[in-house]
Structures are given as structure tokens and as C-alpha cells.
Design a protein around this ligand. Structure first.
Ligand code: FMN
Length: 156
């Protein structure tokens, strides 16, 4: 089974999580982006603004990736403003027709107060079919590498 782990990252945490998962399950890994520099405080503020104003729609996958070559896809995305980030949602919307049948969501978030299960599951509307599974991982004050490894073991 060929698996691709995709991630968007602003401060490299989701990248670290997805590279860890990919290493454990023997998957390829690639980054998707809206092409904007979102580093630093201005980048953070711009990301909040773009999320609230719903202005993010452009997205592409870096490198020579053909989604049709994969049997399984694991999509990593950070939480932005209490939901999976708009760039991840744009990715699903744009590529759902060429994504493999088996799609998993991995969502990274800083806080520990919210249960994102319903918001993550709601992305199935964009996917156009039920996803195969999901996990949300707290990244602050938590061993997110261990937690992502535990999720990866369920995919081995
Ligand atoms: C614009 C923006 C909004 C965010 N909103 C939330 C939020 O509502 N809840 C939360 O727990 N974390 C929130 N975060 C924190 C990120 O989800 C968290 O730090 C994540 O691990 C970052 O992943 P990254 O390093 O791959 O970019 C937000 C981050 C950004 C940039």
C-alpha cells in the first residue's frame, strides 16, 4: 500500500508530526501551501485575518506529486481560529476528486480545551465521502511525537 503524508506548516510542528508518521508507516511526505509567507507576528496576524475573512482559496502541493499514485492519504493541518486551517480545507476542496479512497486527518493544535472531532469530521463534506479516521494532537506542553507515533501505529 502506497501512502502519502501531506502537511501545511507555519512553525514546523505539523511538519515534524507528519514526518514522524511517514517514517513509521513508510510513507512519502510532501508539503502543501497557499504560497504566502506567514512567518512572524505579521504572518500570524495575516493568517487570523485571512481565516476570519475567508480569503484563503489558493493551494498547491510542492514537488512532483501525483495523488492518483497513492492508495492512502494522511493530511496534516494545524488548527487556526478554532478549526482545521483554511489552507487544509482548500486542499481537500481542490484535490478531492483525485485523492485516494482512504483519507485520514491529523490536526495539530496548541490548546487543550477544545474537542475538534466534529469540526474535523465536517471536512468530509469537502471530501465528498467519509474519511477513514482522524486524530487531533495537542502540541504545547505535550509529547506530540509520542502521540503521533501512537496514531501511526494504527496505520501500520
Ligand atoms: C492563525 C492561527 C490561529 C490559531 N488558532 C488556534 C486555535 O484556535 N486553537 C489552538 O489550539 N491553536 C491555535 N493555533 C496554534 C496552532 O494550531 C499550533 O501552534 C500548531 O501546532 C501550529 O502548527 P505549525 O507549527 O505546523 O504551524 C493557531 C495558530 C495560528 C497561526
Amino acid at each position: 500500500m502506497r501512502t502519502l503524508c501531506l502537511y501545511y506548516t507555519r512553525t514546523n510542528t505539523t511538519k515534524e508530526i507528519m514526518e514522524n508518521i511517514a517514517g513509521i508507516i513508510g510513507a512519502d511526505v510532501a508539503e502543501y501551501t497557499d504560497g504566502k509567507d506567514r512567518s512572524g507576528f505579521l504572518g500570524y496576524a495575516g493568517a487570523c485575518f485571512a481565516t476570519v475573512k475567508n480569503t484563503i482559496s489558493k493551494v498547491s502541493i510542492r514537488g512532483e506529486i501525483n495523488l492518483k499514485e497513492y492508495d492512502r492519504l494522511v493530511i496534516g493541518m494545524p488548527v487556526w481560529v478554532e478549526g482545521p486551517c483554511a489552507i487544509g480545507r482548500a486542499l481537500i476542496k481542490k484535490y478531492s476528486s483525485v485523492m485516494p479512497a482512504e483519507v485520514y486527518y491529523v490536526v495539530a493544535h496548541m490548546g487543550d480545551k477544545h474537542d475538534y472531532t466534529a469540526k474535523i469530521k465536517a471536512m468530509d463534506k469537502l471530501l465528498g465521502r467519509p474519511s477513514a479516521g482522524q486524530v487531533s494532537i495537542r502540541t504545547k506542553g505535550n509529547d506530540y511525537i509520542r502521540e503521533s507515533a501512537a496514531f501511526a501505529q494504527t496505520l501500520v
